[in-house]
Design a binder for this molecule. Structure first.
Ligand code: KG4
Ligand code: ZN
Length: 365
């Protein structure tokens, strides 16, 4: 029997409905045979954030269509699969349930094994899918819903070295865009504005830099930005375009500096524990930001670590990472059954104390 595995992954924990098929033969690089992502940005646009009920309905409507597309793109039928992997949490519970129910239906109908995957593990294992990264490595997961440093030592072996105690950086970018009248998602629009701005004009705070360790906080930053905006509006009766660009550049510089300094500390901690061949990997939508990416790359180089940044489509939410995590779990002998539960919270590191909060999807990691 061949050791090749072909696994279908499903993802529906936030506002992206996704299905993908990944194939892997030991000793060879994994192949993404298809990766379909149906976003919901326009459905939530009028509400200024993800509405859980709308998200859940859209997942229910789109998931089977995405699965058919993923099979079609890969040129495979269900019979060619070895297992069904699905995000079983953490995330918005209605969406997670939609995915888990479909996966259970497919598993029951085909007799294929079912594998529940932690969404955060999907992100954290992505450098193994894209770059063949060997364990252990340090991962900075930085998106709209998550922000944490993880020491990754196995498909189920994660140690959280630090993380945000309130908002995730992507959420701060989104709120900043909202405060300045820029379109959502805020990250790309704030980054575009920042290009013509002066990052040194506004002295925004660098929260928790004065404290040891690599925990972070981003909620005070948007409040500080709001105060600067209001001062300008009061003085001039509105915001000049240059003011807006300077606010964006100053905000981006603050986030970038905090992430870089905390990454330096996390790298020090990680290299102290695992000194051979240090690797620093990033994932999550915010790692698409060129200023932030460059700052993290510099810190990695200064610390003597190799820097890995997966392509953007695999940094943001997708199902290829879920299929890949499913492959890793399958090889480790892990299977689930019809009792698989959908979990709104599911910390990767079960030994670390709970965080106060993290990201727009609520406290969960
Ligand atoms: O990983 P992702 O697609 O979804 C989750 O949150 O899980 O990340 C989306 C987040 C949004 O908050 C978005 O504003 C942010 O990533 N983002 C960026 C950039 N592109 C996306 N933030 C800063 N700069 C960017 N270029
Ligand atoms: Zn995610």
């Amino acid at each position: 029997m061949s050791d090749t595995l072909t696994i279908l992954g499903l993802e529906s924990s936030c506002d992206d409905t996704a299905a993908a098929i990944v194939r892997h033969t030991p000793g060879k690089p994994p192949e993404i045979l298809s990766s379909v992502v149906a976003g919901q940005t326009e459905l939530h646009a009028a509400f200024g954030g993800v509405v859980p009920e709308i998200a859940a309905r859209a997942h229910t409507e789109k998931l089977d269509v995405c699965v058919e597309e993923a099979l079609g793109e890969a040129g495979l039928g269900l019979a060619a699969l070895d297992a069904i992997a699905v995000t079983a949490g953490p995330g918005l519970i209605g969406g997670v349930l939609a995915g888990v129910m479909l996966a259970k239906g497919l598993a029951a109908g085909t007799g294929l094994p079912l594998i529940g995957v932690n969404h955060l593990a999907g992100h954290a294992l992505t450098p193994r899918l894209t770059d063949g990264a060997a364990y252990p490595y340090l991962m900075l997961l930085v998106s709209g819903g998550h922000c944490q440093f993880l020491l990754v030592e196995g498909e189920e072996d994660f140690t959280r070295l630090g993380g945000t105690i309130d908002d995730a950086p992507g959420e701060a970018f989104d709120k900043t865009a909202k405060l300045l009248g820029l379109p959502q998602p805020g990250g790309p629009s704030v980054e575009a504005e920042a290009k013509t701005g002066n990052p040194a004009r506004f002295k925004l705070p660098r929260p928790l830099l004065d404290r040891p360790g690599c925990d972070m906080s981003f909620s005070g930053l948007k409040t500080a930005l709001l105060r600067e905006r209001d001062k300008l509006v009061q003085r001039d009766g509105g915001l000049h375009l240059q003011d807006r660009a300077d606010l964006c550049a100053s905000f981006q510089a603050a986030v970038s500096e905090v992430l870089a300094e905390k990454s330096r500390r996390a790298l020090e901690d990680y290299i102290g524990r695992c000194p051979a061949h240090p690797v620093f990997a990033v994932a999550g939508g915010v790692s698409a930001n060129m200023t932030i990416r460059a700052a993290l790359e510099t810190v990695a180089a200064q610390s003597g670590a190799q820097f890995l940044a997966p392509p953007l489509r695999l940094c943001t939410d997708n199902a290829a990472m879920i299929a890949w995590a499913g492959i890793e779990r399958f090889r480790a002998g892990r299977r689930d059954d019809m009792t698989l539960a959908a979990r709104p919270r599911w910390p990767l590191d079960r030994t670390a104390p709970a965080m106060l909060g993290s990201g727009k999807k609520g406290a969960k990691a």
